[in-house]
Design a protein around this ligand. Structure first.
Ligand SMILES: *Cc1c(COP(=O)(O)O)cnc(C)c1O
Length: 355
């Protein structure tokens, strides 16, 4: 099988990293202080396997109970946990029950989904998004490549990556209601969007909302993600998680993050403002910029191929993401950086166009 290919984490310093959707701003000073303070003799102890304090705080934030929340080693772990809990390996089910072994997801979306499904021995079912990366209408496809209501697990990146497109809660509700199996709404970028679908986790028993501290909360390094869902579903997911997957310093950092929400509101607002400004500047240079509800832009560059743009920018020490797939190869995905990084990107783009 082909493994997941993460964005490059270069050893070379002084590269401008606009390739993995990390937050360009550091965690709040309070988070750094709390983390430092926790580094002492207690490192010899196992961390709280249930992340009780963090779950309690998250429950308060989302107006639910701690029983509605499961914390994981990044949302990546929780995606694997959902597959393990909900999907049977294909070899163990009869042909008439292949829905029970199916992991369904949209194409394009997060490229980890098919890798996790294959690792589990599940059947993969990719459903093509519309031309503008919009959701197809459930039931509108009779070719066999449409949405399958019987899929044991469906994974939906919302807002979508890599396109950056947002979806209305009303259309997600319709999709979840039309599906018998569990639907994971992977909201890694929801903090940058105008709308999120968190309410569906309390409204519908088959919906799991996945959130992460990696993107909006500058905490990729610490690996903290969480799921919000009906308590019965959370209890099943918790059974197949590794007890100590969530490290203690990560729990400390995430708790401190939730105590300094004003800091993050400001950095999220700053990223949204830079995103919209960068979109306008790139459009002036002839880029086609797709509307974004995330902390990155998906753009179709002018003059050169997207692959050549990727190489030219790399020569100039700017890393962006380019995907070789048939449908994506015309585009670049550019993470929103600091003002200086964005200015350097625009300078480089002008030079490339003038060359
Ligand atoms: C970044 C990302 C994740 C992974 O988040 P972690 O919490 O760092 O594991 C999951 N889903 C999507 C769509 C992402 O972009």
């Amino acid at each position: 099988m082909a493994g997941y290919v993460p964005g490059e984490q270069p050893a070379r310093k002084r590269l401008i990293k606009l390739n993995t959707n990390e937050n360009p701003y550091p965690p709040s000073p309070k988070v750094l202080a709390a983390t430092r303070e926790a580094v002492d003799g207690r490192l010899r102890l196992y961390p709280d396997p249930a992340a009780t304090r963090l779950r309690t705080r998250l429950a308060k934030l989302h107006q639910c109970e701690p029983e509605n929340i499961l914390v994981g080693n990044g949302s990546d772990e929780l995606l694997a946990v959902c597959i393990r809990a909900c999907v049977e390996p294909l070899r163990s089910v009869a042909a008439t029950r292949r829905g029970a072994a199916t992991v369904q997801y949209f194409d394009p979306s997060y490229s980890l989904y098919p890798v996790l499904a294959e690792t589990h021995g599940a059947r993969r079912h990719a459903v093509r998004l519309d031309t503008d990366f919009g959701l197809p209408t459930p039931g509108a496809d009779s070719s066999g490549s449409g949405w399958e209501p019987r899929a044991a697990l469906s994974l939906v990146t919302t807002p979508n990556a890599p396109s950056g497109r947002g979806y209305r809660t009303s259309e997600l509700r319709r999709l979840c209601k039309a599906t018998d199996g569990v639907v994971v709404l992977d909201e890694a970028y929801a903090d940058f969007a105008d709308e999120n679908a968190l309410d569906l986790a309390s409204e519908l028993r088959n919906v799991v909302i996945l959130r992460t501290f990696s993107k909006a909360y500058s905490l990729c390094f610490q690996r903290i993600g969480y799921a919000v869902a009906h308590a019965d579903l959370i209890a099943e997911l918790a059974k197949v998680r590794d007890s100590y997957s969530v490290n203690g310093l990560g729990q400390v950092a995430a708790l401190a993050t939730l105590s300094d929400r004003a800091y993050y509101r400001e950095s999220i607002a700053r990223i949204r403002t830079s995103r919209d400004a960068l979109a306008s500047s790139l459009e002036v240079l002839g880029f086609r910029v797709l509307p974004s509800q995330t902390n990155f832009l998906f753009v179709e560059p002018p003059a050169l191929s997207a692959e050549d743009w990727f190489k030219e920018l790399r020569e100039r020490r700017i890393l962006v993401r380019w995907f070789a797939g048939q449908r994506l190869r015309r585009y670049l995905r550019i993470t929103i950086g600091t003002d200086d990084e964005v200015a350097a990107l625009l300078r480089a783009a002008k030079r490339i166009l003038a060359a």
